[in-house]
Write a protein that binds this ligand. Structure first.
Ligand SMILES: C[S@@+](CC[C@H](N)C(=O)[O-])C[C@H]1O[C@@H](n2cnc3c(N)ncnc32)[C@H](O)[C@@H]1O
Length: 188
């Protein structure tokens, strides 16, 4: 039975981070760098989101954490989009909050139309198409679905290349944590 964020203790959820990390490593590929992802997770948890959207599910590493975070609150919504068929690669039964998994190309207007139904989001993770045009298009199409004051994260801003280039051009209230691949976070 879920409760409101007022009743749920964010500190308790942080405490379980290590446990979830171990569980995640055992059950699926987790492409994130521990320190970078912990940095992001703590900021997202602190913002007490109710609706999370992720572009780029892969094997459900980050999605598993959003599921853990949202399972304690009532009326939360978790949406993830991927080109691949996530139903064949995710052990969804281990997710405490069942995500809405959309199979398709984030740049396809039909996929965007499906996602729009679940807006507004408190947090968006852009971790799908890593080309310059792809990241730019995901930001243009999906950032309007995030509430004012909401958070938008980009993975791989630290690597030389496309995401880094787009991140550097982006203007606004930006924070970053770069140990390996790099995580960028902008407040809308
Ligand atoms: C780096 S992985 C995501 C990792 C995941 N967020 C995690 O940390 O566990 C990138 C994923 O984005 C997906 N992808 C790439 N281009 C995409 C697009 N245009 N639309 C939707 N998904 C895309 C790929 O299929 C891949 O599974």
């Amino acid at each position: 039975m879920g409760v409101s964020w007022r009743e749920a203790k964010v500190s308790d959820k942080k405490y379980l981070f290590e446990e979830w990390w171990e569980q995640c490593k055992r059950t699926r590929t987790m492409p994130q760098h521990l320190a970078e992802f912990r940095w992001l997770f703590d900021k997202v948890a602190y913002a007490e989101p109710l609706r999370i959207l992720e572009i780029g599910t892969e094997k459900g590493g980050t999605l598993f954490f959003w599921s853990q975070l949202l399972c304690v609150v009532e009326d939360s919504v978790l949406v993830s989009v991927d080109l691949g068929d996530p139903h064949t690669i995710l052990d969804l039964e281990s997710f405490p909050k069942q995500p809405i998994v959309i199979h398709g190309n984030s740049h396809d207007p039909k996929v965007l139309a499906q996602v729009v139904k679940y807006q507004p989001f408190d947090f968006l993770l852009i971790d799908g198409d890593h080309s310059y045009a792809g990241v730019k298009a995901d930001y243009k199409d999906y950032s309007p679905l995030v509430k004012p004051g909401g958070l938008i994260a980009f993975h791989d801003i630290g690597l030389v290349g496309s995401v880094r280039r787009f991140w550097r051009q982006l203007r606004g209230n930006k924070q970053e944590m770069c140990k390996l691949m790099g995580m960028g976070l902008i407040t809308k």
